[in-house]
Design a protein around this ligand. Structure first.
Ligand code: NAP
Length: 248
């Protein structure tokens, strides 16, 4: 029996990377998926095609989660197409390295708008549609606790998201809605490649600090998202699950 049969999920930022992996894993367990993207229409369409060719249901919906009307429209599109909403994965995120002297208001606001305001707005829009047994999963990062140099702002966005996970778990818990966070270590994604992390000395340092001796791949995170979305995790809320091969 598929763990998520009959469920409907939105995965933000699912055109590539961790989000694409989560969308496909949730679909493989029977959930119908809204594959959100900001600009990569072809990437989102490819994820939808992979899901439908495997026998699942999915649609691609463009929305910039940092814009309140677009966050509302994303949720409305999901409910219009599939009739309800059970699972929200707030995965969209951006990361920029900048040492203290290079931090600008633009660097700050871009990351806080997408990584912090985005999940708040999409969860706010989704909330009226979520009921008993629903699951909200935020994709944080171990940087909220590890706080590497050159990542003050990005780490701060993920620290804020940790706090949001805790606060919303208390707010939504009385309605039977669980709110948890997966906090990955470094994962090999398009974004991590564009940022120059893959193949860098930084990656070598991370691997040296990681008991399991490698960086992650999207499927490492996706299987945890399936668990948190399912009734198997029905007694977990407000949890921040570090997913970094033991790197903490
Ligand atoms: P990625 O490969 O760069 O993919 C990012 C996704 O977010 C894309 O689908 C992108 O859509 C979407 N996105 C960006 N801005 C958006 C916006 N304003 N509205 C809606 N969607 C938007 O990133 P990733 O490495 O998979 O990271 C995914 C999440 O995991 C992020 O929250 C990140 O902070 C977190 N994380 C990543 C790592 C890592 O090492 N990779 C480690 C820990 C945590 P478009 O393609 O359409 O622009």
């Amino acid at each position: 029996m598929s763990k998520l049969a009959g469920k409907v999920a939105i995965v933000t930022g699912a055109s590539k990377g961790i989000g694409a992996g989560i969308a496909q894993a949730l679909a493989a367990e029977g959930a119908s998926i809204v594959v959100n993207y900001a600009s990569s229409r072809s990437g989102a369409d490819a994820v939808v095609t992979r899901i439908t060719q495997a026998g699942g249901q999915a649609i691609a919906v463009q929305a910039d989660v940092s814009q309140p009307e677009q966050a509302q429209a994303l949720v409305a599109a999901a409910v219009e197409r599939f009739g309800k909403l059970d699972i929200l994965v707030n995965n969209s995120g951006v990361y920029e390295v900048a040492p203290l002297e290079q931090i600008t208001p633009a660097h700050f606001h871009r990351q806080f708008d997408i990584n912090v305001l985005g999940p708040l707005q999409v969860t706010q829009a989704a909330s009226p549609h979520l009921g008993e047994g629903a699951s909200v999963i935020n994709i944080g990062s171990i940087v909220s606790r590890v706080t590497p140099p050159g990542m003050a702002v990005y780490s701060a966005t993920k620290g804020a998201l940790d706090a949001i996970t805790g606060s919303l778990s208390r707010e939504l818990g009385p309605r039977g809605i669980r709110v948890n966070s997966i906090n990955p270590g470094m994962v090999d994604t398009e974004g991590a490649q564009t940022a120059g992390f893959i193949g860098s000395d930084f990656q070598s340092q991370i691997v040296a600090q990681t008991p399991l001796g490698r960086i992650g791949v999207p499927s490492d995170i996706a299987s945890i998202a399936v668990f948190l979305a399912s009734d198997d995790a029905g007694w977990l809320t407000g949890e921040l699950l570090k997913a970094g091969g033991g790197n903490r």
